[in-house]
Design a binder for this molecule. Structure first.
Ligand SMILES: Cc1cc2nc3c(=O)[nH]c(=O)nc-3n(C[C@H](O)[C@H](O)[C@H](O)COP(=O)(O)OP(=O)(O)OC[C@H]3O[C@@H](n4cnc5c(N)ncnc54)[C@H](O)[C@@H]3O)c2cc1C
Length: 279
């Protein structure tokens, strides 16, 4: 996408060019998944992200959480069969470790080397690079997620780190405006934590703001335009009405004509300017 004079120009994969005065970017996110064979195919089903759903469906199952204390606490709500896998960079305070141990959470250290799949093709666990086996019907990871906005390169849209997540999103104001003329963004591209209803609401707010922006822009152009001579005037409207509607000009004729069967119009009804109309 690039700026093309007053407009924005979008070129599609099959080289169609679409020009528009305003663009709403709703391209969502891409998760940077760990390079573990088979993990990508199970993403969203058996491999989960803590902030998304499928949590209830995971209740009472064996769950392995990779990463953090907070995720472990969240999933401990759902199951007693919970393992927390800490990688090199992950850290727990003494208090957090004691809290999880007190809740019966098994804590292991290591990197995931591969997934264990049962004879029905279902996730059964993971093994660490140390060869330790971790039973898990659900694996919870926290991948870095990035706004899908490579195509905005060069327009000047700001990408900001999320305040609490290891993720990046498009910076917008409350209406979804990116600060770059003509460009709005809504949904998870500008709010990595948005659920579907939140994303839809942001799209609606942005659409309203875009409509208003176009109205203001168009009306500013009209106000700035020099007054036209010979334009459509009140007198011309009266003449058009007279020619099109004839004696039905005010819609009161049936009332006025009661009693004698023929329309009775006030004598001065057609007085006034009679401008020249073409044709
Ligand atoms: C695993 C998982 C489970 C989830 N479960 C739930 C749930 O149960 N309930 C819930 O409320 N929310 C859930 N969410 C969150 C929900 O998916 C998002 O809030 C919602 O999809 C955001 O909508 P969106 O329109 O912003 O982005 P998306 O739904 O991601 O849509 C973006 C679209 O843009 C397209 N796109 C991207 N780049 C381009 C490009 N260059 N050109 C053309 N098209 C492009 C993408 O292909 C995609 O179709 C889940 C998310 C994940 C990842």
């Amino acid at each position: 996408m690039h700026r093309d004079g007053q407009e924005l120009s979008v070129v599609t994969e099959d080289w169609q060019r679409i020009q528009s005065r305003r663009v709403l970017v709703a391209a969502g996110l891409a998760a940077e998944l760990p390079d573990v064979p088979g993990l990508k195919e199970r993403w969203g089903h058996e491999v989960l992200h803590w902030r998304h759903t499928h949590r209830w469906e995971a209740r009472d199952l064996a769950i392995a959480v990779v990463g953090s204390f907070r995720q472990a606490l969240l999933f401990r709500q759902l199951t007693e069969k919970l393992t927390l896998i800490l990688r090199g960079a992950d850290d727990l305070s003494m208090g957090q470790r004691a809290q999880l141990t007190g809740l019966g959470v098994r804590i292991l250290e290591g990197e995931i080397g591969g997934l264990e799949i049962d004879s029905h093709g279902q996730l059964a666990g993971a093994h660490l690079t140390s060869n330790t086996q971790v039973p898990a019907q659900r694996l919870v990871i926290s991948p870095r997620v990035m706004a899908c906005v490579d195509f905005l390169n060069g327009l000047g849209v700001s990408i900001r780190p999320h305040p609490t997540e290891a993720s990046e999103q498009v910076a917008v104001d409350s209406s979804g405006f990116t600060g770059v003329s003509g460009v709005w963004a809504a949904g998870s591209v500008s709010d990595v934590l948005a659920s579907a209803p939140v994303a839809a609401a942001a799209g609606s707010a942005a659409a309203t703001a875009i409509n208003l922006d176009l109205l203001v822009c168009d009306h500013t152009s009209i106000a700035a335009a020099p007054p036209t001579t010979g334009g459509f005037s009140g007198a011309m409207e009266a003449e058009v009405t007279r020619r099109v509607l004839g004696p039905r000009i005010h819609g009161l004729e049936t009332i006025l004509s009661r009693g004698n069967g023929s329309p009775t119009l006030p004598a001065d009804l057609h007085k006034g300017d009679q401008p020249e109309l073409p044709g």
